[in-house]
Design a protein around this ligand. Sequence first.
Ligand code: HEM
Length: 574
Amino acid sequence: SSSTSGLPFYWKYIWSLPFLQPTPQGSPPQFSDSALIFKSNIEQIYGDYPSYDLCPMAEGALDDIASGTMFIGLQRYFDDNGSPYKLCFGPKSFLVISDPVQAKHILKENNDKYDKGLLAEILEPIMGKGLIPADPETWKVRRKQIVPGFHKAWLNHMVGLFGYCNVPLIKSLSAAAESNTEIDMEEKFCSVALDIIGKSVFNYDFGSVTTESPVIKAVYSALLEAEHRSMTPAPYWDIPLANQVVPRLRKFNSDLKILDDVLTDLINLAKGSRQVEDIAELEARNYAEVKDPSLLRFLVDMRGADIDNKQLRDDLMTMLIAGHETTAAVLTWGLFELTRNPEMMAKVTAEIDEVVGDRMPTMEDCMKMKFLRLVIAEILRMYPEPPLLIRRCRTDDVLPRGREGNVEGARVKRGMDFFLSVYNIHRSPDFWEEPDKFDPERFTRPFQNPKVEGWAGFDPKKWEGRLYPTETAADFAYLPFGGGSRKCVGDEFAYLESCVTLAMVLRRFEFDFPERLGKGEVGYDEHPKNLSHPVGMRTGATIHTRQGLKMNVRKRAGVEGVVVDQGGGIEVKG
Ligand code: HEM
């Protein structure tokens, strides 16, 4: 088979012993399952097709793995093979899902048959038993305690906090505009998202828009390592002594220690001043008078939630990582697409001028700015971050067919690993009209495709009154925040954060791509202006060390640049 060519040599060896094959979280290894999958794959590669599971095997090099854009390679295979298809790396195999009916089956209807599998293994050293990698048993307990933290009154208060966290960004953009210096907007959005998540989740001031500190560097190092690990299927960090010997791991561990120390201090501080209350009492708090409105405070004060420090640390670390770069990617791609589409930019700014003007936006303003919300929805469709969801099957299962031409009733063995390609689903003409076109208003039009068996299509009526088009409105063809019971808990938080940040920045500034690259010049194809695919700036790989989104910034004509706070009192000069 040519399916493993182009891959790093060690792929072949990592999974080469069938009894080392992974098993579902919390269950003992079963030789028979892995051996059967292994044997059936070998027969498929070298002998008779179909294999045990009936799925076609994707052939050809996955060159994109090394560059971190594997999801684009997975799209190529989807065009050739439908859903699901199988990827084989030596004896290790994955099923790649690119169909909303199958996604709904896995994420919602049969979610108890699936766990986080490989993702949990990769993230465990960083996030421990935090909500994202948590095994089903831990997850059940923690989810119940964390979800109430994101209640309406808190989100309302957070919208105000987002405004304040944007003031340093407005100031730094004013300075760049005045001095005519090119500015990396990706870096700026990363900073503002970090400041917001630090303040809202554990009441910590990173101040990263204006300063650099060892703690900020430690956060970026942890993020970078989390991302690196999710693209490195060889868990070398688990090898005995590796953590003491490999320089990269030593550096990572010392950075993680810096971060752990900060989190431990904050947890001890919160626990030292614990005021136990019922969930209902906590949710009814008057946030205008609450000194520390952070999620940490809520989790510590909740009656009956006597959580140990390690679990709290894991939850905070998870939210820090989950809630930071994802939102920064939305903002970066949002500015990128709006700059490429001046008529859309004009429409968005007209709406912001009319609804918010110089004020800091409120929750009500965000609800009123429907076009801005549609723009964010479209960014999340075109550039989903994460582009893939990862699952592992806990018991044998049979998948529905979905789109015409897909395998009928694929049989899945316990222990099988899955990539659910959100990117493929979001960019397929089977589920979206002209999927590569930036068209925010698509979410106001219905879409149906009778060729997809069991798919209800997209129905705009189903998200009326909601902040954004949900996975339900698209019957699982729209999964920026996942779906089913493991759906993102920070969806509305992130959506409001994106609304406020874009509203505040676009009200006051105009942006252009630098003109310095012309046709034929080296780097022309990587220039943001010329990108048709997420290559230079990548979803999920947008940390400071990357190419970034370099832009020229100007103050908008006729707009003063002041920020008037909610009380109408303070004016912050830009
Ligand atoms: C635009 C921003 C965001 C995007 C696109 C996003 C996306 C996602 C997705 C796709 C999942 C599901 C993962 C899976 O099923 O494997 C998820 C889970 C999660 N997200 Fe987000 N997220 C965002 C912001 C946030 C924020 C701001 C927070 C916290 C403050 C957060 C916290 C979490 C947590 C805790 C989970 C795990 C939920 C569970 O397993 O029960 N996310 N997110």
